[in-house]
Write a protein that binds this ligand. Structure first.
Ligand code: ATP
Length: 357
């Protein structure tokens, strides 16, 4: 397995790009460590597939370099990069048995039969598909087909990286969580460098130790699931991660004080930078409905099981709070309190407060 470095990477599908908007990837600098579990997370069109195709060698970037273990592979074709890929739809041979399918990538490279048998048995045990080994792939359910497709991606132990491109798309929702946790377990066992591409936050946060969040061709944050939740570096991350996402509220800064709808709000620490569009960010989990604080009116209450989401209006701005009970009347006049150490200021989307020391 290898460490992967993306250095000053940019890509445009246009022949004469001039504007930043002409680039599908704007400027990417990333290090993926040997043996790490990474996710590339972002909405449709943010550049995930472009980045994946550059790593696999299907696409040559307009600028920048890709290194595997510090060796420049930017101009190497895909077959010389030694990468395993698992796609959205299962790639298996229907006429072969599961055993033959799993053995295929090894047989193709002339691996000795004894070693193939050993490795196929190992992967089959990990995937819990031993009893299917002699079944023809055509007879498998879609989720089992995708499991075997994953097995084919994992069976070689000499690849630089295993890349998963939205691998759970075809899986029934009630089976998704099973395969999701299976993949996490597989990573812990094989310790290969793995990159998992998805637009689904749950899949990314379950699988990865480090999540790379992308928006409009840019990386907006690289962090652990906890870091992305607790301290979004950009309002996009706050909004995109969490359910419901972070409250992003229009605010102004007046003589060092942050004002939201005429109310002074205390933020986590010192304010940095100047100018720009200023907004407050506070997750619903850190907003409480209380007797004192910012006056608000309850608009809607949704009981979502273990807790309730209280949607309130502060003037014309919607603010959501997570509460233990759904015991609030629609239209009721209430007050909101923001937990100070979880309340941040953003300027032009980027975080502009420091953690209090
Ligand atoms: N072959 C292409 N030619 C021109 N533009 C392209 C091409 N492929 C992608 N793009 C554009 O590049 C940008 C990034 O697309 P990309 O497919 O990498 O995003 P994505 O995050 O993988 O989205 P999705 O999940 O929908 O595949 C988009 O604006 C897209 O329209």
């Amino acid at each position: 397995m290898a460490k992967i470095t993306l250095s000053n990477l940019r890509h445009s599908y246009l022949s004469n790009p001039t504007d930043p908007q002409d680039y599908a990837l704007k400027e990417i600098d990333l290090d993926w460590n040997d043996g790490g579990a990474y996710a590339l997370l972002g909405p449709s069109g943010c550049g995930k597939s472009t980045l994946l195709n550059i790593v696999s060698g299907l696409l040559t970037p307009s600028a920048g370099r890709i290194l595997f273990d510090d060796k420049d592979v930017t101009n190497l074709p895909p077959d010389q990069r030694n990468i395993a890929q698992v796609f959205q739809f299962p790639v298996i041979y229907d006429t072969m048995t599961v055993r033959e399918n799993l053995a295929f990538p090894l047989r193709n490279r002339g691996v000795a039969e004894a070693k193939i048998a050993e490795r196929v048995a190992e992967i089959a045990t990990m995937l819990e598909v031993e009893e299917m080994l002699d079944t023809r792939a055509a007879h498998l359910s879609p989720d089992n087909k995708q499991k075997i497709s994953m097995g084919r991606g994992l069976v070689r132990d000499d690849v630089n990286v295993v890349m998963f491109d939205e691998p759970l798309t075809v899986i029934d929702p009630h089976l998704k969580w099973k395969l999701r946790s299976k993949l996490k377990e597989l990573h812990q066992r094989v310790r290969a460098t793995m990159i998992y591409v998805t637009h689904d936050q749950t899949e990314a946060l379950t699988f990865a130790d480090q999540v790379v969040v992308m928006q409009e061709g840019e990386v907006v944050q690289v962090g652990t699931p906890v870091e992305l939740f607790e301290r979004p570096q950009h309002t996009f991350v706050g909004h995109f991660i969490g359910s419901p996402g972070m409250n992003i509220l229009p605010a102004s800064v007046d003589d060092g004080r942050v004002i939201f709808n005429g109310n002074s709000v205390r933020v986590e620490g010192g304010i940095t930078g100047e100018g720009g569009v200023t907004e407050l960010g506070v997750r619903p989990e850190f907003v409480s409905v209380s007797d004192t604080g910012i006056p608000a009116r309850v608009r809607k209450v949704s009981d979502v099981g273990r807790h309730a989401v209280i949607e309130t209006m502060v003037g014309d701005t919607r603010v959501r709070a997570v509460a233990e009970t759904a015991n609030f009347e629609q239209g009721a006049e209430v007050h909101l309190a923001f937990q100070q150490d979880q309340t941040r200021l953003y300027r032009d989307g980027w975080i502009a407060t420091e953690v209090a020391s």
